[in-house]
Design a protein around this ligand. Sequence first.
Ligand code: G4P
Length: 281
Amino acid sequence: MTIQWFPGHMNKAKREVSEKLKYVDLVLELVDARLPQSSRNPLLDKIIQNKPRLMILNKIDLADPVATKQWLAEFERQGIPAIGINAKEDHAKKKIMTGANEVLKEKKARDASRGIKPRAIRAMVIGIPNVGKSTLLNRLVGKKIAATGNKPGVTKGQQWLKISGSLELLDTPGILWPKFEDERVAKKLAVTGAIKDQLLHLDDLAIYALDFLSEHYPDSLVKRYGFTKEDLTVGGVEQLLLISKKRGFKDDYEKGATLFLTELRNGMLGGITFDIVPEQN
Ligand code: G4P
């Protein structure tokens, strides 16, 4: 594996997030609903410590709705309040307002009993690149705000964005890196577009995804590419050649891989979730 984050970058990103955390009551941890586990940063728990958190599974329109339900239940089981949203749609705002108020309900009641005047909840969005942080901020604010760049370390003067009378957000999200301790996680992140295509070969990615779909979502391949029962058993390499042929690329499997991955990422194969909920005994 050649994918690496330099320790210097990691420390800088961590420092920046820790610094901003001081000013907020609540962390909105944004993950990709197609990868509720693999698109988290494992260090976040350590960084945010006891700070209240609302987990947000974004891009539910691209994920498998059954798996999304299971993941939401799994996070609740772990004691992490969680909601699912599509940051491109208006419902996101209401869901987040309700979720944030719910997470801070007890604190607010405590404050009230001590005679502390209620004030707006201050929150920040944290997540790895491409989970939809900018899209969500824009949706919440209701206008296009300046792009902040996709790299940890890109910052500018900080401001509070007033979302409503009861919620304010830091205008720059906290950006952390994904973890690549195993190659499968890196492949899942690349398949969903969270990390750049140049880092892994397109055909390897397509083959990985085809093997995964054949096992977990065979119907998606039957519907989209007219696979037969037998096609589903021949393995990713053959399947990639099959798709290339069916789409008129002859044996140019690179073109086939590009087309297949684009269609997969755009949701044309239906809602797919690549992280499987761990089974409880
Ligand atoms: P980031 O700040 O966390 O890095 O992510 P950003 O908002 O830039 O979003 C990354 C991509 O994900 C964008 O697509 C964005 O439109 C898309 N996206 C964000 N939220 C959702 C969602 O809930 N559903 C779907 N389907 N897509 C979502 P892009 O192709 O990079 O750009 P564009 O298509 O918006 O031009």
